[in-house]
Design a protein around this ligand. Structure first.
Ligand SMILES: [Zn+2]
Length: 416
């Protein structure tokens, strides 16, 4: 019994010694390591440790109408001379004297001093003035944009715009669709109840907020039971993009169906019509589109302006010569678009003027005329040729991309 007790004491003593040894070794190791660290840590003189930079605080406010930049910045402690300095620095990229009311200004402050100010120019771009430099430097920057592919579908009950709004999208998307199909569908004359559409479009977001549409990548429009498809193809060499049918045929025809995206026809092509002012029967070799004053008028095909200006009963008008012996005329305009004068080159879809009621006219409307070999023809019934199809060398690449887009167009909208 005694012997066993002695053995146990010996065991306990041994364990205690081992534990003690372990503790000593651990402590030594710890000391060693910290001294290593001490040794490794460069000697930093106390004075140069950078205090942590204070956080950047953003003060944002909306520009009220009628306020100058000096008045806006005064409450933030900017002197008039400092504001002049800032204005001069920004003049190269933006004239601060023309700051738009309603836009947002952000002042970035770090500690007591303002380091920068930002002025939104549009949903995507903003002017930034770096105030830490003297003189301050200004540049135009873009907010980071996220893009999301969305499928939008709808059925026409009333108008294309109403159907697009019904699908939760903005009017602009309807106009973008009208632009793509505007060579094959007149969205005013041809549209029918229960026509339908499906399209894939990129939507852009800034800070989670919808900021605008990117391009429509693919669209399918059923008009009077006829299916029209459009696939966007970007030419790998030029980076230019255009729309083609699945087989590579061009969506473009020689001429757009209408010089206005959205307008009601009030008078058609006729060899004998009662003239609204002179009350006599005369030929009316044009199509009258009623639209609000100022509605943009687009050239219906590429060409050269042969006349732009005032012309008697026609009022302010534009005449364009196109290839293949075609000419078009746009009468009773309120004004011409910038750069529209004799000799100017225009592209199909380009805005050339604005709807008015100049000359012999009883109300705001556009009188649109088409001539072929110098003779008036009816633009609504004339058979136009399709434009050039996709050049064969792009076909394989195009087909590959179309296959993907066609598949996506079949997906339910909820999938996106
Ligand atoms: Zn007319």
């Amino acid at each position: 019994m005694r012997a066993r007790a002695r053995i146990n004491r010996k065991k306990a003593l041994a364990v205690a010694i081992i534990l003690l040894l372990l503790a000593i070794i651990t402590i030594l190791l710890l000391i060693n390591r910290s001294s290593d660290q001490q040794a490794a840590r460069p000697e930093v003189p106390e004075a140069s440790i950078e205090p942590e930079a204070p956080p950047i605080i953003t003060e944002e406010f909306t520009i009220p109408a009628g306020k100058t930049i000096t008045e806006l910045l005064a409450p933030a402690g900017f002197s008039a001379s400092r504001v002049i300095e800032i204005r001069e620095a920004t003049m190269k990229v933006y004239d601060l004297a023309r700051i738009p009311a309603g836009q947002k200004i952000r002042l970035l402050r770090q500690g007591e001093s303002y380091t920068a100010f930002q002025l939104d120019l549009d949903p995507e771009r903003y002017l930034e003035v770096d105030l830490t430099q003297s003189p301050p430097s200004a540049s135009i920057k873009s907010h980071p944009v996220t893009r999301q592919l969305v499928l939008v579908e709808g059925i026409i009950k009333d108008s294309l715009i109403a159907a697009v709004n019904q699908a939760g999208e903005q009017d602009l998307l309807a106009l973008m669709m009208a632009e793509i199909f505007g060579w094959v569908i007149d969205f005013y004359v041809d549209l029918r109840q229960d026509d339908s559409f499906r399209l894939l479009v990129e939507k852009k977001y800034i800070n989670g907020q919808f900021s605008g549409y990117g391009p429509i990548l693919a669209a399918r429009f059923v008009n009077k039971n006829q299916v029209f498809e459009a696939y966007r193809y970007t030419f790998p060499d030029s980076g230019k993009a255009d729309y083609f049918e699945a087989g590579g045929g061009s969506l473009r025809k020689e001429f757009l169906k209408s010089p206005l995206r959205y307008a009601r026809i009030t008078s058609r092509f006729s060899s004998s019509r009662l003239h609204p002012i002179r009350k006599i029967y005369r030929p009316h070799y044009g199509i009258d589109y009623a639209a609000p004053i100022g509605t943009p008028v687009q050239a219906t095909a590429d060409g050269v302006v042969t006349f732009a200006g005032w012309n008697g009963a026609a009022g302010r008008m534009v005449r364009i010569r196109h290839k293949n012996a075609y000419e078009t005329m746009y009468l009773h305009l309120k004004s011409l678009a910038a750069g529209i004068k004799t000799g100017a080159r225009v592209e199909g879809g380009q805005v050339i003027g604005y709807v008015g009621s100049s000359g012999e006219s009883t109300g705001p409307h556009l009188d649109y005329r088409l001539l072929y070999h110098g003779k008036y023809v009816n633009p609504l019934s004339w058979k136009f040729q399709p434009a050039e199809p996709l050049p064969p060398r792009y076909q394989p690449d195009f087909e590959q991309k179309v296959r993907v887009l066609q598949m996506l167009l079949l997906f339910p909208a909820t999938y996106f």
